[in-house]
Design a protein around this ligand. Sequence first.
Ligand SMILES: NC(=O)c1ccc[n+]([C@@H]2O[C@H](COP(=O)([O-])OP(=O)(O)OC[C@H]3O[C@@H](n4cnc5c(N)ncnc54)[C@H](OP(=O)(O)O)[C@@H]3O)[C@@H](O)[C@H]2O)c1
Length: 246
Amino acid sequence: MKLNADLKLPLRFQKKSGMKIALIGYGKMGKAIEQSIIQQGKHEVVLKISIDNLNDLTVENLKKADVAIEFTSPESAVKNMLLCLKAAVPVVCGSTGWLGKFENVKKEFENNKGAMVFASNFSIGVNLFFAINNYAASLFKKHPQYEVLMSEIHHTEKKDAPSGTAISIKKIIEQHISSQAIPIEALRIENVVGTHNVLFKSAVDEVELIHKAHSRSGFAEGAVLAAEWIADKKGVYEFKDVLGIE
Ligand SMILES: NC(=O)c1ccc[n+]([C@@H]2O[C@H](COP(=O)([O-])OP(=O)(O)OC[C@H]3O[C@@H](n4cnc5c(N)ncnc54)[C@H](OP(=O)(O)O)[C@@H]3O)[C@@H](O)[C@H]2O)c1
């Protein structure tokens, strides 16, 4: 792996600086992302859209940004992304609950030479968890006596259930194990940032894989990393492309 002599970081993780960022959505995640940007001290937030200033979300204002980061709601995510496309501003989308429209949105971005990174989860740990589940499922598929059971826990304000992350994990496992319907239990408990649990269970034993997010900072830092990565690209990507995970 090639290292930069000063930073001691792999070249592909060297960060851009001085980007102008539009934040679309200023709830729990929008605020965590703003904090991450302030702490890193490399970029500037030039537009901040909350439910109180929706009139400011215009093509003209978006054009002032190098990149937009969108964390709003299942209902508004697609509309907001298409507005970024119209403004020719690359967008990082973390909103969940709109995956049913993903293929249409992807086509729209590809046909119009737009740039987008989507992830149901921008935590580096979760994306490694995806890869671990992919490997586990490739092993368990040869042993059909194991059934797969999933559960996820989030805070009580989360609007979609099951979580986008749980749906992503389920799809990864189903690429290997298609013989059973994998159930996902979705629990909502106050102040839980996000827990995902995958159980491979037989009559004689079980293997359990768990990821627990302790704070929103992991998602926020991942979203800013994705913004730096997508700023000078065209196309539709996932976070694993940013991280270089196969
Ligand atoms: N990909 C990831 O890593 C990741 C991590 C955490 C969360 N998420 C997802 O990101 C989204 C936001 O999560 P959150 O925890 O920040 O939720 P939140 O605290 O409810 O924040 C969402 C904010 O967006 C506002 N909003 C709604 N419609 C809008 C619009 N059209 N334009 C601009 N703002 C709008 C909401 O206002 P009101 O409250 O007034 O409706 C709210 O302030 C959810 O879909 C969540 O599942 C993704």
